[in-house]
Unconditional design. Structure first.
Length: 94
């Protein structure tokens, strides 16, 4: 579980550092990392999570919350949103 959370956090944080233009611009990077490279989630699960997130009202970061939850439950949700927020705050601090 710790390895999963660490991989999830590192993938989202590192992608968040280069995500100019919002979440939609790096969706394919997330897909490649989560599905193919790390194998944290299947292709069908990734697509279903994205479909639910885009159908629901709210910010695009809802997708990350759902993705984290799908991968590792409530701890995954917290790690996913924390990593995305930390990447943004790190860039603002520069």
């Amino acid at each position: 579980m710790i390895e999963t959370l660490t991989s999830l956090g590192q993938e989202i944080f590192s992608t968040g550092l280069v995500a100019f233009g919002g979440l939609a611009t790096v969706l394919s990077v997330f897909h490649t990392g989560m599905v193919h490279r790390l194998a944290l989630i299947t292709d069908e699960e990734f697509n279903a999570t994205y479909a639910v997130a885009t159908a629901a009202p709210g910010p695009n970061s809802l997708f990350l919350a759902l993705l984290g939850y799908r991968v590792a439950g409530l701890p995954g949700l917290v790690v996913a949103l924390g990593a995305w927020s930390l990447a943004t705050l790190s860039l603002l601090a520069l």
